[in-house]
Design a protein around this ligand. Structure first.
Ligand code: CP
Ligand code: NVA
Length: 319
């Protein structure tokens, strides 16, 4: 880590409240500047370690490729292959990895685990998904919205589970002053403390957060329609959870209530035929694969900001 004291961690997207639009603009610039990744190597000589306790396609590949593009060395640590969770504590793992690494990403079950890793690590820690937050996804999602449309018509809508992806989408929208309406089944609402954090930020930024249990109300006149799986990783054995989501599928009938130019978004992986129909996810309105690619650009922006702040400022001054 170079010249970033005190170290910054990214555990939830509002850790970068006030800087999020700049991080997104930076990511878009990097993506569109063909020569940029050839000449700009802010992670030269650095190693970024990524611990996974759950499976991943997008997060793992986007961190490995993105760190390499920035001149760094990515190191993937699968939980089954390391001592963490067996004979070694999170605190000791953090202390050891801090001696080798310049940044650590961590995909875990309980959010308190990534908080614990960050507490005992002397290098920046990025939450690569916990049961409560998925900040890298939110950064990529707001980047995708930003590159596709000048401003969101109506509002961003969410239909589905009140989960980790919704939490950070809501916080990111609130941070950028974008209205959001979400509909979840009764009993599957987002975490009350996170909603209250988001409501405070939204009111500071002149936007609103509206909750309901009615998908049509959430989607009506929306410029963005977002959903995620109904059952997240680690919840596979929750009896009867799926039954609560009858009527919450994003299908052609539901999106007919949205703005005609709406963007369909999903963090992926999608369970086609469950939370979304093929007709919607494969439609011209769908930007799901742009979201997937943008994971890499958004994380490259975040990694530069967190691991080499001097390079971040130098680049900003050049533009
Ligand atoms: N969206 C997302 O985080 O995908 P992975 O689980 O494949 O990393
Ligand atoms: N809510 C999902 C997101 C996967 C990227 C999960 O936590 O499994």
């Amino acid at each position: 880590m170079r010249e970033t004291e005190p170290k910054m961690d990214l555990l939830a997207i509002d850790d970068f409240d006030g800087e999020l639009q700049q991080l997104i603009d930076w990511a878009i610039r990097m993506k569109n500047d063909d020569g940029f990744a050839d000449s700009f190597k802010p992670l030269d000589g650095m190693s970024i370690g990524s611990i996974y306790e759950k499976p991943s396609t997008r997060t793992r590949v986007s961190f490995e490729v993105g760190v390499s593009k920035l001149g760094g060395q990515p190191l993937t640590l699968l939980a089954n292959d390391i001592q963490l969770g067996k004979s070694e504590s999170i605190a000791d793992t953090a202390a050891v990895l801090s001696r080798f690494m310049d940044g650590i990403t961590y995909r875990c079950f309980g959010h308190s685990d990534v908080q614990e890793l960050a507490k005992h690590s002397s290098v920046p820690v990025i939450n690569a998904l916990s049961d409560m937050h998925h900040p890298c996804q939110a950064a990529a999602d707001l980047m995708t919205i930003s590159e596709k449309i000048d401003s969101v018509k109506g509002h961003v809508s969410w239909v589905g589970d009140g989960n980790n992806v919704l939490h950070d989408l809501m916080l990111a929208c609130a941070s950028l002053g974008i209205d959001i309406k979400y509909a979840t089944p009764i009993g599957f609402e987002p975490d009350a403390d996170i909603v209250s954090r988001a409501v405070t930020m939204a009111s500071d930024n002149g936007s609103s957060i509206i909750s309901s249990n009615d998908p049509i109300e959430a989607v009506s006149d929306a410029g963005v329609v977002y959903t995620d799986v109904f059952v997240s990783m680690g919840e596979e054995n929750l009896d009867g959870k799926m039954d609560a989501f009858d009527g919450f599928q994003i299908n052609e009938e539901l999106v007919s209530h949205a703005d005609s130019d709406y963007l369909f978004m999903h963090c992926l992986p999608a369970h086609r035929g469950e939370e979304v129909t093929n007709g919607v996810i494969d439609s011209k309105n769908s930007v799901v694969f742009d979201q997937a690619e943008n994971r890499m650009w958004a994380q490259m922006s975040l990694l530069t900001r967190m691991c080499n702040e001097a390079a971040w400022h130098t680049y900003n001054e050049l533009y």
